[in-house]
Write a protein that binds this ligand. Sequence first.
Ligand SMILES: [Zn+2]
Ligand SMILES: [Zn+2]
Length: 345
Amino acid sequence: MKAIVYGGPGKRSFNDVPVPRIQKTTDAIVRITRTTICGTDLHILKGDVPAVQPGRILGHEGVGIIEEVGEGVSNFKKGDRVLISCVTSCGKCEYCKKQVYAHCEDGGWILGHLIDGTQAEYVRIPHADNSLYHVPEGADEEALVMLSDILPTGHEIGVLYGAVKPGDTVAIVGAGPVGMGVLLTAQFYSPANLVVIDVDDARLEMARKFGATHTINSTRQDPVKELMAMTKDGVDVAVECVGIPATFDVCQKVLRPGGHLANVGVHGSSVDLELQNLWIRNVTITTGLVNTNTTPMLLKTVESGKLRPEQLITHRYAFSEFPQAYEVFSNAADSKAMKVIITNE
Ligand SMILES: [Zn+2]
Ligand SMILES: [Zn+2]
């Protein structure tokens, strides 16, 4: 089968590799019908995630059809259409019992990281009973690909950890796919103001379409000044969705007393935490890796049409065009790509 294979920093190939086989009785083999590329895959390709070994098939998002299940799998059978969670969970360990699936002792984020991932014709999914979801009858499968990672990440690590409440003013710093996931799912909780900050006008325009009440282009306006002018004493919730010191700094400077800073961004270096200013302000700072414990709820909201994540898809490719999809996604500033979908029916 063909797959996108990591070859070490800066090296990616679209190679012939062996089809995965069942290794444990709790495994399933899924034929991928739709997948996508995540910003995290680009981080891996840059060499930012040294745990990824050359030869690894990338990808942790997708939907597909069950090809084969191990003897220990009871929730799924050959032919079932399934959504793949970016987080694998055994359902039995201490972390799984607490729904902190990100830290499952025999799972967590392993797909396209520590084991082969979804940017392939087939993928092996360990602990299939706990790591896959049935695709609801008639559901838009492209929309569901957004539920593998970006929507649960935005919802859990941005909106829930940030404790967004009715009437809140929420600042979302970074309008990439996960920032958009925060923007879409924050609206479940009826905040009064949703301010999105980015450097790209096209992304800000998209944000306004998806429910942003205000947008700030930080190349032209100082986001701290603008946010402080807009509010009396800062925002209730600041969500960091970039992962660099400058954007974290904006978030820590605009929090009102009692506010929440939810860090979603993947940071590659330390930030300057201004604890000398924050300690007296009763703020809460949170970070995390997605648990996907809210995926079943998100599935229902997509099924009902309340959440429409297919709006995030800007580009579509056939499986044979996978390398082109990578080119376009990695040049998002020019291509205006948000999420790309690769189909293999
Ligand atoms: Zn991802
Ligand atoms: Zn576990």
